[in-house]
Design a protein around this ligand. Structure first.
Ligand code: NAD
Length: 471
């Protein structure tokens, strides 16, 4: 029988706490019954989730349109197709991933059984963000299911239509005790974090990431934090600029710049900047026509708070391209700013909108110095056709990931781990790395009890003497 997802907003604090207790207790009981350890059970749940994406594609696209005015083609690429491919990849490899490993043994353990088992952690919490409200939540959920955990699924309240879809539809496809959905904002999440989880996977801002990490500390709960920050994009004069401009603007403008791995700002010389601006004007016209606001292909800013924040950031430097906006639609025209200073707000906080400042540097060395003087970004973009320049960045900087001559696309490579470093996050996921994130590697040594085995082992027993030697 189908149970209703927890609807938290209208409940009192004490009701909510009781509800959380109950949800957690059911998940704990389900985990200790051992049903999620069964690989066929996990497979069935993942197949159900895949079927959910297939059967509700139109509803998903409508929810994303309602929250972000996201164009259908973008939603297909970055949410539904991405989530389907992720599950198909897991289903294809699951039998291989769950196998215990038998590492090669040294002479000392020749007679022993040495194995590493892939254990689930138990009941895990996955907290999603609003900007890609389905895939940022459900891709880690799929990995956690694959690894044999029970999962409490917490969507972002800010993308309200998507949160409603998740609360209404996901429980129809997944086992309700093992995979409950809980909804709510900061205060409900804070209450939820009072519960004991065995793993917490969080996607969102660095500010809230610190709150999550502090809460996890109470029970020494391991965490993955998928956070944000400013991802720089260096362009040198060796690149074919038309292609570079298209790839950079696409990465900046998809989802209206509300992407954790959007190129945040550009580092280049004045000479490259002039060519970049000329090409950018042309590309924007080609993509969105003369009147960008009437194009159906650009999403909108999520809410009024972020809209106002972005207008504030637009006051930095000088507008070279764009600059128009319309509060009634939360529309901001793709905007390129030049003559920005290091101390301008736009160079200090993550932009998360369709505004691209250009900061001038003289060389790759200057760019590296600039990047290294700041927090490690989630991703570093470099556009160059010189291998030497590429190597300078690879060896001379620290970032969660690095992508050469493109933007965003590294995210979709399922054999690459995705995650930040330092203030941009800890831990990683995608493909096998997602399975491993939610897996405890349990070491197991099985000793031989034979008389011969005991003779070999007896050197360790007292009385000790030099003659017995070491183990
Ligand atoms: P958000 O407001 O949706 O918050 C994320 C989650 O944290 C939500 O589920 C929300 O309910 C919860 N939350 C918010 N405040 C909280 C609090 N005080 N205590 C407990 N929980 C709380 O999203 P956001 O933080 O605005 O997301 C944008 C940020 O996320 C950007 O910095 C972006 O770069 C980053 N991000 C990172 C990734 C990644 O994969 N690394 C992906 C997307 C977004």
């Amino acid at each position: 029988q189908q149970q209703q997802p927890e609807q938290l907003q209208s409940e009192s604090e004490s009701d909510r706490m009781a509800n959380f207790d109950d949800t957690l207790q059911r998940a704990r009981l389900a985990f200790s019954s051992g049903k999620t350890r069964n690989v066929s059970f996990r497979r069935k749940q993942l197949e159900n989730l895949l079927r959910c994406y297939e059967e509700h594609e139109n509803e998903i696209i409508s929810a994303l349109e309602a929250d972000l005015r996201r164009p259908k083609q973008e939603s297909l690429i970055v949410e539904t197709e991405f989530m389907k491919n992720d599950i198909k990849h897991i289903l294809f490899h699951l039998d291989e991933w769950v196998q215990s490993e038998k590492p090669s043994k040294s002479f000392v353990n020749l007679m022993d059984d040495v194995q590493i088992y892939n254990d689930p952690f138990g009941v895990v919490l996955v907290i999603g963000a609003w900007n890609y409200p389905l895939q940022l939540l459900l891709v880690p959920v799929a990995s956690a299911i694959a690894a044999g955990n029970c999962v409490v699924i917490k969507p972002s309240e800010i993308a309200a239509n998507c949160a409603k879809f998740i609360a209404d539809v996901i429980p129809k496809y997944l086992d309700n005790d093992c995979y409950p959905v809980v909804c709510g904002g900061p205060s409900e999440t804070a209450e939820l974090l009072n519960q004991r989880f065995d793993y917490i996977f969080y996607t969102g801002s660095t500010r809230v990431g610190k709150i999550i990490h502090a809460a996890a500390n109470k029970y020494l709960t391991p965490t993955t934090l998928e956070l944000g920050g400013k991802s720089p994009c260096y362009i040198d004069k060796s690149v074919e600029l038309r292609t570079a401009v298209k790839r950079i603007l696409w990465g900046k403008l998809i989802n209206c710049g509300q992407t954790c791995i959007a190129p945040d700002y550009i580092l280049c010389s004045k000479e490259v900047q002039e060519k970049f601006i000329a090409e950018a004007k042309d590309v924007l016209k080609e993509w969105y026509g003369e009147n960008i606001q009437s194009s159906p292909d650009l999403s909108r800013v999520i809410n009024a708070n972020n809209f106002q924040r972005l207008l504030g950031l637009m006051k930095s430097g000088r507008v070279a391209v764009g600059g128009n906006y319309d509060a009634s639609e939360r529309f901001i025209e793709p905007t390129i700013l030049v003559d920005v200073k290091e101390s301008d707000p736009i160079m200090e906080e993550e932009i998360f909108g369709p505004i691209l400042p250009i900061f001038n540097v003289e060389s790759a060395y200057d760019a590296i110095k600039f990047i290294n003087a700041r927090e490690s970004p989630l991703v570093l973009y470099i556009f160059t056709s010189e291998t030497e320049v590429q190597n300078l960045f690879i060896n001379g900087t620290q970032s969660g990931g690095l992508c050469v001559n493109d933007t965003i696309m590294h995210y979709a490579v399922d054999v690459l781990p995705f995650g930040g470093v330092g203030m941009s996050g800890m831990g990683s996921y995608h493909g096998k790395y997602g399975f491993e994130t939610f897996t405890h590697k349990k070491s197991c040594l099985g000793k031989d009890l034979s008389a011969f085995g005991e003779k070999l082992a007896s050197a360790r027993y007292p009385p000790y003497s030099d003659r017995k030697g070491s183990l």
